[in-house]
Ligand binder design. Sequence first.
Ligand SMILES: [Zn+2]
Length: 113
Amino acid sequence: MHEMALSESILGILQEQAAAQNFARVKRVRLEVGPLAGVEIEALRFSFEVVSRDTIADRAELEIIETEGQAWCLPCGETVAVTQRYDPCPKCGSFQLQVTGGDEMRIKDLEVD
Ligand SMILES: [Zn+2]
């Protein structure tokens, strides 16, 4: 399950931050996830809970902010909103789309003690 690997990398970042900024506990993690990132939110929540057990992020709340997917449509020559990777252009129905945003996952901020 790739959400498990993602959770481990999130936890790794939290531990680095804790060492650098000298905090002992993470209370809340705000995570931005794009709709095209291929992340299953429920699976991510579950695996984060598992990997963070007995760590600085034990019982930390995972707040997921879903960002918008964006793609460049070649026939239209403009940026359009998409919700899935293989969606057609909402304006012209073309599949000649180049994803330009919404395929990333990043930690937006943390609430710590
Ligand atoms: Zn189009």
